[in-house]
Design a protein around this ligand. Structure first.
Ligand code: EPU
Length: 342
């Protein structure tokens, strides 16, 4: 059975920025069969298409004159273990934070550092989500996706996904060609807490052997303190990637700005805190004058742009451009936008 279409639908409930763009057609799919029927049906080839999960990493800058497909599949399955890891298969439409809590309750730790990241399981490989020293790729076994050209379900391992820092093939060449339908995670049988980030270590200072749930709770509390709740203040998490520069550039910047922090990467290059650069340019908590200040920089985390109510996607983009300009001027660094701009 092909799913039911709705026409001229507001996308405000389907993007965490809360931007009031509209879609010409909208459909929600609740099973992989429904998705396949949709792909094989007559409405599929009628104009542009966009697949959304939680809508937590997208900025709509205009109405979408095409078909928006929301993936609303549910469920998970323990496939067994391979001696090192539990293998857990999860449907793409499950909420990410919901999965973190399900896995902890079931005794499969490993995702706790990624607690409270907004969005869906199917979106998690797209930007290789990461936080507090853990990236999705470390917990990833394989995924299954609908190949839109053949109509078949294909299996992709980590190498085929081309994971990088907040990056994968799904952001690049494969963006229009496949839809992720389920992800299989590998969660370690012999678990160890990863609490080397200063914020996390200090929150757990009085706990000599934190459980995975303790780590998830600590990280949830840290995120609640500094990141805006999208239900209250629209946002898409970090709006820019943290820039990575070579060691020489880092030393030169540091000579002028002794407080500049950096994390040395395995290849010797240094990842800078974009939040710090933006903050230093005086943007933290500030709104864009044009547009009545509706698009603003969050007052507790300068990497997060927020919709104070009624901002358009164009307002947010104009703010992002002003920030990019100032950071470029002052530090000679070109910030790269992280969410998908539609
Ligand atoms: N900082 C400032 N001003 C601010 C905020 C932060 O100067 O307003 C400085 C702080 O001193 C801190 C540094 O910037 O030392 C880094 O800040 P934070 O620890 O908050 O992390 P981040 O680098 O800004 C990244 C991820 C987040 C993830 C956190 C925690 C990216 C693009 N963002 O942010 O991921 O939760 O680390 O690991 O890599 C997301 O991708 O949407 C996201 C929220």
């Amino acid at each position: 059975m092909p799913p039911t279409f709705r026409r001229d639908v507001s996308l405000a409930p389907f993007n965490t920025f809360g931007i009031a763009a509209r879609a010409r057609r909208f459909v929600s799919v609740e099973s992989v069969d429904e998705l396949q029927a949709l792909r094989d049906g007559p409405e599929w080839d009628d104009g542009p298409r966009l697949v959304v999960g939680g809508g937590s990493n997208v900025l709509f800058t205009r109405d979408f004159d095409g078909l928006v497909v929301r993936i609303a599949t549910r469920g998970h399955r323990h496939l067994g273990d391979d001696g090192h890891d539990h293998l857990v298969e999860v449907e793409a439409g499950e909420s990410w934070d919901g999965l973190v809590r399900i896995s902890l309750a079931a005794g499969w730790p490993g995702l706790e550092n990624l607690a409270l990241i907004p969005g869906s399981v199917g979106a998690s490989p797209v930007q290789n989500i990461g936080a507090y020293g853990v990236e999705l790729v470390e917990r990833f076994a394989w995924l299954e996706a609908l190949d839109l050209s053949s109509g078949r379900i294909v299996r992709m391992d980590a190498a085929a996904c081309g994971f990088g820092y907040r990056d994968s093939v799904f952001k690049r060449g494969l963006r229009e060609r496949i839809v992720i339908v389920r992800v299989v995670f590998r969660l370690p049988l012999r678990w160890e807490a990863r609490i080397d980030y200063a914020d996390v270590a200090s929150r757990l200072a009085s706990n000599s052997s934190p459980s995975a749930t303790d780590v998830a709770d600590a990280i949830t509390a840290i995120r609640r303190d500094k990141l805006p709740d999208p239900r209250v203040l629209g946002n898409a998490g970090s709006f820019f990637k943290n820039p990575v520069v070579d060691a020489t550039t880092f030393d030169a910047l540091r000579a002028d700005e002794p407080d500049l922090a950096g994390r040395v990467q395995p290849d010797g290059r240094v990842k800078l805190a974009a939040a710090w650069l933006i903050d230093r340019c005086g943007w933290k908590g500030r709104g864009l004058e044009g547009g009545g200040g509706r698009a603003a920089v969050h007052d507790r985390q300068a990497l997060v742009l927020v919709n104070r109510g009624g901002a358009s996607g164009a307002d947010i983009l104009a703010l992002a451009e002003a920030i990019r300009h100032d950071v470029g001027e002052r530090f000679g660094i070109a910030l790269e936008v992280e969410p998908l701009i539609v």
